[in-house]
Structure formats: structure tokens, C-alpha cells
Write a protein that binds this ligand. Structure first.
Ligand SMILES: [Zn+2]
Length: 364
């Protein structure tokens, strides 16, 4: 029944998209031929490429002790960056930079430098390819810390061999592997996308969003051409289906889209929130007046503890969220009427959303 309802809702969404007049902001494609040309049919093929095994393998590597907690300025962080760059390259993404996949910047810790990793899928529409959709996740974590002796509460800084590794499986190997998997699926299908899609694995987030601040300050892409940013930070602990879309209700079209896409995945109960959530990298984009949301499955006792480990991840949940992220990225890259005033400063009432989609109350 639920599947039937979801299908019905989604079909109504498609019918609505086709039946709207030109003044309606929800229209996605002009004609079925337009739809074919723009590769919407490839979406199902791309979704079929999302693999739970692949997500799990990548996550176990990023959250392994070998990567030493991926702290900015540490060699474990560099290994993670290289791994992500090789994955982007293997998925057929071009570099988002003139010469490499790495955007290096300074930090005050370790060897004093770290890098964001960028991968690009160029858009094709002559009037829209200059516009950018960003999908991001931070890959750094808090590294290694001395063992705290229970009696003295002192660390053991003289013996780094005994340091404990803070693997950061949920925070944020989970979001990192999700964007790598979205990149892989779109990269393999090679659809004709209208807008350009930029994948950014940010570093320096744990030290104050340094990677996203550096990216936006470097103005590699004009800020007014970034139409949307989606951040995934801690998406590995789906519990009771609760997936938060922080900031998703700040934009009426976005709220509708999030509700419509989520309705296809019975594993997920969306909380489409007005609240923009924690200060992860999406906040840096919001500060620059770029519409941005954060996907998040909720804080837990293992946050910033050595117990945030790979075996505690909900892999079927992570797989569903990755598919949702792919579908959102694809749709936003395609729809022609996206930018403009309707994407900012509009909030849909909770009642409107509830009527349409039976969305759960906000909050945990
Ligand atoms: Zn995080």
C-alpha cells in the first residue's frame, strides 16, 4: 500500500510537472522528447549502479586505522584525499581545477597543509552550463589522540604509538563515500546534464570549515552561478528512517522536491527542516547567500569518540540516502527553471507539506 501511495505520489509529481503552464515554477521538462534528450531515462540506470557493497568497501577503507583519523595536515588525511581523487578519476570526472583534483590550502596543524578534492561533470545546455550544482561532504576527521589514563586523566603524549584512532566512520566517511558513489553512477552513465555538477570532498571542516571557506574565497567559479549546494555530513546512522534535510524548508521548490524524492524510498521518513542545522560546510554557502541544505541522520553517543566505527554504519540506510542524493543532484542539474527568487527566502508551511506528503513532525 505504501509503495502504491509512493508511486502514486511520484506519478502525480511527474504529471504535475508536465501539465503546468510556463509560469509555474514546478515544470521540469518541455516535452517527452526533451526529457529523453536530457537523459532523464538514464536516471534509473544510474540509480541501479549505486552499490551497497561498494559504499561499504570505501567506507571501511576511509575509516580504517591506516588512515589515522584523517586529520588535516596528517599523512592519513593525504591518503584519503588521494583515494578520493583516484576514485573521481576512475569514475570519469574531470578535475574541477586547472591542473589536478587537489585544491591545497594552509592549516595550523600537522605539516601545515591539506587539500579539498574536486571532481567535475560539465553541463551541456548552452544557457545553463555556466551554472553550478555543488554536492559536498567533508572527508577530514579529528585524527589520533593520546590514551587518557583513568586515574590521572592525563594523556600519554610521549608515546604516539599508543594513540587512539578516531576513525570517523559516520563523521564523515559516510557522506564522503555517498558523494563518491553519486559521482561514480553519474560518471559511468554520462548523461547530457544541463548544468555543471561539481563534487567537493572538503578538508579542514573539523578545524572550522576551512575547506569550504577556502573554496568560496578562491572564487574558482562565480558565486552567483552556484545555484545550489547539497552537503552530506553524518548520513550513516539512519534510525527509525529519520533523515534530516536541514534548511530544506527554506526554499519552497526544494521542500517539494525533497518530499517527492523521499516518498520513493520507504526506508526514509524525511524531516524537512527550516532550521539549517549544525555548522558544517553548507553553512559557508548559506553565509554567501547560496541556497544550501544538509543531509544528516542525527547525532549519537559515538560522535567524536573512538567508537564511531565502520561496523556501526547502517549500510542499507546509507544506500537509500545515496540514491536520494543522486536523484536530487540529477534533477537539480536538469531542471530549467531552477534559479531565481523562488529559491531564496520562501518557506513552505509545515501544514502544506504535511497535507501533501504526511511528513513527520520536525525535530528528533
Ligand atoms: Zn562532520
Amino acid at each position: 500500500m505504501k509503495y502504491f501511495l509512493s508511486t502514486l505520489l511520484f506519478s502525480s509529481f511527474i504529471v504535475l510537472l508536465f501539465s503546468c503552464g510556463s509560469d509555474h515554477p514546478s515544470r521540469l521538462f518541455e516535452t517527452p522528447q526533451d526529457m529523453r534528450l536530457q537523459g532523464i531515462n538514464g536516471l534509473d540506470e544510474a540509480l541501479a549502479l549505486i552499490s551497497e557493497d561498494h559504499l561499504k568497501r570505501s567506507l571501511y577503507f576511509l575509516a580504517s586505522d591506516e588512515l589515522r583519523g584523517r586529520e588535516s595536515g596528517d599523512r592519513g588525511n593525504e591518503m584519503a584525499a588521494r583515494y578520493i581523487a583516484e576514485d573521481f578519476q576512475g569514475s570519469g570526472l574531470t578535475s574541477g581545477l586547472p591542473s589536478s583534483y587537489f585544491q591545497e590550502f594552509k592549516v595550523d596543524i600537522g605539516n601545515g597543509r591539506t587539500s579539498n578534492v574536486l571532481g567535475l561533470i560539465p553541463g551541456s545546455d548552452p544557457s545553463l552550463k555556466e551554472e553550478l550544482v555543488v554536492i559536498g561532504a567533508h572527508f577530514d576527521h579529528i585524527g589520533m589522540r593520546p590514551v587518557i589514563e583513568p586515574d590521572t586523566k592525563d594523556g600519554n603524549p610521549d608515546d604516539p604509538e599508543e594513540d587512539l584512532v578516531y576513525n570517523g566512520a559516520d563523521d564523515n566517511a559516510s557522506g564522503t563515500v555517498a558523494i563518491m558513489e553519486v559521482a561514480r553512477a553519474i560518471g559511468k552513465i554520462k548523461p547530457i546534464l544541463n548544468r555543471t555538477v561539481l563534487f567537493i570532498a572538503f578538508s579542514g571542516e573539523e578545524d572550522g570549515r576551512l575547506g569550504s571557506i577556502h573554496y568560496l574565497n578562491s572564487a574558482l567559479w562565480p558565486l552567483n552561478k552556484i545555484v545550489f549546494m547539497m552537503n552530506l555530513d553524518m548520513v550513516g546512522r539512519l534510525k527509525n528512517g529519520r533523515l534530516h534535510f536541514y534548511g530544506g524548508r527554506r526554499h519552497a521548490l526544494m521542500a517539494k522536491l525533497l518530499a517527492d524524492v523521499s516518498a520513493k524510498y520507504p526506508e526514509v521518513q524525511p524531516n524537512i527542516a527550516l532550521d539549517t542545522g549544525g555548522m558544517s560546510d553548507h553553512a559557508t554557502f548559506i553565509e554567501k547567500k547560496i541556497p544550501a541544505i544538509d543531509l544528516h541522520t542525527g547525532k549519537h553517543d559515538d560522535f567524536h569518540e573512538i567508537t564511531d566505527s565502520a561496523e556501526k554504519i547502517n549500510y542499507p540506510g546509507l544506500t537509500a540516502i545515496t540514491k536520494i542524493a543522486l536523484e536530487l543532484t540529477w534533477t537539480i542539474a536538469q531542471r530549467k527553471d531552477l534559479p531565481g527568487a523562488q529559491w531564496t527566502d520562501v518557506s513552505l508551511s509545515h501544514e502544506d507539506l504535511e497535507l501533501d506528503h504526511g511528513i513527520l513532525p520536525f525535530g528528533f
